[in-house]
Design a protein around this ligand. Sequence first.
Ligand SMILES: [Zn+2]
Length: 224
Amino acid sequence: MSQDLKELFESNRRWSQEAQARTPDFFSRLLQQQVPQYLWIGCADSRVPANEILGLLPGDVFVHRNVANVVVHSDLNALSVMQYAIDMLQVRHVMVVGHYGCGGVMAALQNRRIGLADNWIRHVQDVRNKHRPWIDGMPDEEMRMRALCELNVLEQSLNVCETTIVQDAWQRGQQVVVHGWVYGLHNGLLEDLRITAAAVDDVMPAYGSALAALKERFDAEWNN
Ligand SMILES: [Zn+2]
């Protein structure tokens, strides 16, 4: 690896040439404007790149990523991304995408100290605490870990629905659908946790049924 990262610039030039070879007006079209339909709120983990996983091109998905895909009501960064995506770009779908094997979720589950991020991961520990008796009742750590990754998606999706941004959009009749998904590092596949909400009245029923389905699935697994 060179100090000035020449190899990355070479790789970038190749990518640019290939994109233009496939679609000659690719960049000039993107220059006009972006009209993404999706806002992806995912983990910062390098193994979970939004566009690549969805097979989408630049211009197709607006992205916000942080450690453990957390949505906090006082996080100006996430809220600004959401507000711009929903109010200005008028995205139709917002997906919170967690992933199995998430280091942030694991640190939260195991009370592991990693540094400044401990304060951020506190939010995932709040999720763990909310569901603690159920999680603690599980037979092994691997299952607890998978369960907390999924629970975190449900809780963060709920947080998205409860932001003033999404609430206001729904209030004025704008079509925005919130989704909660989880991604498998082991197989490259996305799974819908079915907390889909498209209106204020959808939120609690969607959360309730998604949570019940999640628990039922894990309960069945460990009772087998
Ligand atoms: Zn992660």
